[in-house]
Write a protein that binds this ligand. Structure first.
Ligand code: CTP
Length: 403
């Protein structure tokens, strides 16, 4: 998808500099051609040699190197790329960029360029929240510099908050979006299920689960941002409606299945709902009084919405994607669900107590597509949505290319 795109990666001197090695690998996997500039401080964390080995290109760091200037002048370096990415971008380099200081190769290139610039900040939370940083960030954004992150989480210094550099995989998603801002899923229709379902015992009580709907809603938002006409069928949640998405609210699994069927045909179906597996066989029409002995609630299995959609002979969406919520042995337990449910991809996650998946903002996914099992690093549910949308767009583009 990034085939032939030239990206100049500027690595500044932060603890996250090591992530730039993985970033280079990932970008090259997507077909991008990477040149690198390291600041002097970056060379304290990683070596030009490791960068060169991974990028397959010479890494530059010295503004006054005669050899480098002969081979590739700094002006040429600043102009030859389709995008300049600063990752990690420390408070220092962002401050220099905001003030127009150019006292080394990296900052000189950034001053001389006429190309789009994207930055992935990485710094201590207090530095990120400092007034100077806030004003620098505003200046840079006003000049059209694109910020990706920082993410919230534990910091290398032991503090917690926003300041972590966005993970390489997510950065690839952001770069992909930058180049494909012309809505790569335009003309496609998507259906997403989200949230839990409520299965009534009587008019007051129900059976349900801990799902918050955050992940499903984030996927619907991302698909819509990628240009797909998106319908979100959601069980009861506190999540706001994603802008631009058609939302159908339901209570029970039965209602969810009906709403999904009514939304067909679609090109993409993503079943992220935590559908309650059983429902009371005969819900009471009146509130059950507790003056007698405790009632025995007879349960019936609910329809499997994912399976129904994937095995629908008349109206099967072109791409059907499920989730697998597992506790322990996640991949091993998730793989059989691909065949059992008839879906194309599975996103498996660990929902053991303590993983903070239910209700939390973060998710750790294993992306399973046939024999391919990819461990995505922990990231926000929003970024899982973006990355999944990016994969979906890539799939459609490849299919188009291969006829
Ligand atoms: N799913 C569904 N309808 C159901 C149950 C599950 O659409 N009645 C979908 C979920 O949205 C998810 C996938 O099936 O995409 C897997 O759900 P999961 O809860 O992991 O598995 P189950 O099928 O419920 O099986 P088990 O609970 O035994 O692991």
């Amino acid at each position: 998808m990034l085939h032939g795109k030239k990206i100049l990666l500027i690595v500044s001197g932060g603890i996250a500099a090591y992530k730039s090695l993985d970033l280079i690998r990932r970008l090259r996997e997507h077909g991008a051609v990477i040149s690198c500039v390291l600041t002097e401080a970056a060379c304290k964390f990683i070596t030009p040699l490791s960068i060169t080995s991974l990028s397959g290109q010479k890494a530059y760091s010295d503004l006054f190197s005669l050899t480098d200037e002969n081979e590739m002048g700094h002006i040429e370096l600043s102009r030859q790329s389709d995008l300049i990415l600063v990752a990690p971008a420390t408070a220092n380099i962002l401050a220099k960029m905001a003030s127009g200081i150019c006292d080394d190769l990296a900052t000189t290139v950034l001053m001389a360029t006429n190309k789009p610039v994207m930055v992935a900040p990485s710094m201590n939370v207090r530095m990120w929240k400092h007034m100077a940083m806030i004003s620098n960030t505003k200046k840079l954004r006003d000049r059209g510099i694109v910020f990706v992150g920082p993410e919230t989480g534990d910091m290398a210094c032991g503090e917690y908050g926003p300041g972590r550099m966005t993970e390489p995989l997510e950065l690839v998603g952001a770069i992909y979006k930058h180049f494909d801002s012309n809505n790569p899923l335009e003309g496609k229709k998507a259906l997403v299920t989200s949230g839990p379902t409520h299965e009534p015992i009587d008019p007051v009580r129900y059976i349900s689960n801990r799902s918050s709907g955050k992940q499903g809603h984030a996927i619907a938002a991302a698909l819509n941002q990628f240009g797909a006409e998106t319908v979100l069928v959601t069980g009861p949640t506190n999540e706001p409606d994603p802008p631009g998405v058609k939302v159908k609210r339901v209570e029970s699994a039965r209602e969810m299945l009906d709403a999904c069927r009514e939304s067909l045909p679609v090109d993409i179906a993503v079943c992220a709902a935590a559908v309650t597996d059983w429902c009371p066989s005969e819900p009471c029409e009146q509130k059950i009084k507790k003056n007698g002995k405790a009632p025995a609630v007879q349960l019936t299995k609910n329809p499997d919405i994912l399976r129904e959609l994937a095995k629908d002979c008349n109206n099967r969406p072109h791409l059907v994607i499920g989730f697998a919520a597992e506790t322990g042995d996640v991949v091993k337990k998730a793989i059989p669900k691909l065949e059992d449910k008839g879906c194309d991809w599975i996103l498996a996650n660990d929902v053991s107590r303590g993983t903070k998946t239910f209700g939390g903002d973060q998710n750790t996914i294993y992306f399973i597509n046939g024999d391919l099992v990819e461990a995505w690093p922990e990231m926000t549910k929003i970024n899982v949505g973006n990355l999944l949308a990016e994969r979906i767009a890539k799939q459609f583009k490849e299919e188009l290319k291969n006829g």
